[in-house]
Design a protein around this ligand. Structure first.
Ligand SMILES: Cc1ncc(COP(=O)(O)O)c(C=O)c1O
Length: 409
């Protein structure tokens, strides 16, 4: 197959996401030593931008954390998840792991390698029973793990509500904010989060390969690295971060790209960026609904549909492969379901720096590909609904209210 023009290609997978020319160009500069002042400058810029994202992801730009360190890790977010678990617990200590999707399950599986794990597990895409969480978190619990935005099902989990429960215990609360940080509200202190993790290639819109972790001072005081993997020793990472370095050779080009990407976020402004993500997700949700498709899953209670990843059920009548082939033929890339949800849904992301026309193209291409695969959809109705959301400039007012409440604003 011949490669189509790169500028025509639209990447809508939930990461990696498309890069700006400036971010790509940053990787092309002459190499420097990871122990040079030049590199330290890069780390410092990236760290400053990450501080903004970790502590200032609110709708009014308010800071929500005081006293913590943004670490940059040579490795994707799974390494960050493992580092968080392995440095905070060991042996017979208890971890309560909340699982309602693939990444919640990954957190549980990682924790099972290091400690005793009590899973609070519900069907993927469903809401957690907060009473069950309350019952599970006891004086014996050393750590609670949770995913904020569950990429595998397109749901946004109520970290604020679980944080309230965890705050009543001595446990640390570690949250995977991989597909929310940089695209949605995230409040470290207000939600009682002790450490948060994100990936470069998601809403930060940097290239894949590195990740970041915010370690609050409360969590840093509880780091015990002896049993952690040598490479993921957080004591070493925290010590070197004070000098704007990593303990081992840094992925220099990726750090440079991340520095530019987080500066772009700062330039856009987090409140505006979060509103744009919410608006674009509303375009997808309402566009697909108006053409006759059903969202996956139906959310209940405090769990709501994601503002960064839109999951939509595949109609029973179609052959999934015909739909995905028809999308690819239009030079657009999107994702199917993961694990046992393969064949059940398609997922599109609006993380990063998409323009309104990219999102509209996503709606149109999904409609056309559905029709080609034999689904009865009304693409024009979908596009009209999508344009209406963009013209009104609004996101989902109810969602904004929930988040403001959740953030204690
Ligand atoms: C919510 C969530 N957590 C963790 C990860 C793990 O990321 P990686 O494969 O980059 O380590 C992902 C990746 O898609 C994710 O979406």
């Amino acid at each position: 197959m011949t490669q189509r023009a790169a500028e025509d290609f639209l990447l809508l997978n939930p990461g990696p996401v498309g890069l700006t020319d400036e971010v790509r160009a940053a990787m092309d500069a002459p190499m420097v030593s990871h122990r040079s002042a030049a590199f330290e400058g890069t780390y410092e810029r990236a760290q400053r931008g990450l501080d903004r994202v970790f502590t200032g992801s609110t709708l009014d730009g308010r800071r929500t954390a005081e006293g913590g360190t943004s670490l940059i890790l040579n490795g994707t977010a799974t390494m960050g998840m493992e580092a968080a678990v392995a440095n905070f617990v060991s042996g017979d200590e208890e971890v309560v792991a909340l699982v309602n999707g693939k990444f919640g399950r990954r957190f549980a599986r990682i924790a099972e390698r290091y400690a005793e794990v009590k899973r609070i597990e519900v069907e993927w895409g469903r809401s957690f029973d907060l009473d069950a969480v309350d019952e599970a978190v006891t004086d014996e619990t050393a750590l609670v793990t949770m995913v904020h935005n569950e990429t595998s099902t397109g749901v946004l989990n109520p970290v604020f509500a679980v944080g309230e429960i965890v705050e009543g215990s001595d446990a640390l609360f570690v949250v995977d904010g991989v597909t929310s940080l940089g695209g949605d509200v995230f409040c470290i202190d207000d939600w009682g989060v002790d450490a948060a993790i994100t990936d470069a290639q998601k809403a930060l819109a940097a290239p894949p390969g590195i990740s970041a972790m915010y370690v609050t001072d409360r969590a840093a005081a509880r780091v015990e690295s002896e049993r952690a993997p040598f490479y993921a020793d957080l004591e070493k990472h925290l010590r070197k971060a004070a000098d704007f370095q990593t303990p081992f050779t840094s992925a220099v080009p990726l750090f440079r790209a991340l520095a530019v990407a987080v500066e772009d976020i700062e330039e856009e402004g987090l409140p505006e960026r979060i509103r744009r993500h919410r608006r674009q997700a509303t375009v997808f949700r309402e566009g697909f609904a108006a053409m006759g498709l059903e969202g996956f899953p139906e959310t209940t209670d405090l769990t709501v549909r994601s503002n960064t990843v839109t999951a939509t059920a595949l109609p029973d009548r179609i052959e999934p492969v015909e739909f995905f082939d028809a999308v690819e033929a239009r030079n657009v890339s999107l994702s199917g379901g993961q694990a046992h949800l393969g064949g059940e849904m398609f997922r599109v992301s609006n993380m990063g720096n998409l323009a309104a026309e990219d999102v509209l193209r996503g709606v149109r291409v999904v409609g056309e590909a559905m029709a080609e695969a034999g689904a009865s959809v009304d693409t024009d109705a979908g596009l009209d609904a999508a344009r209406e959301v963009l013209a009104s400039g609004h996101s989902d007012p109810e969602r904004d209210a929930t988040s403001i409440e959740a953030a204690g604003e």
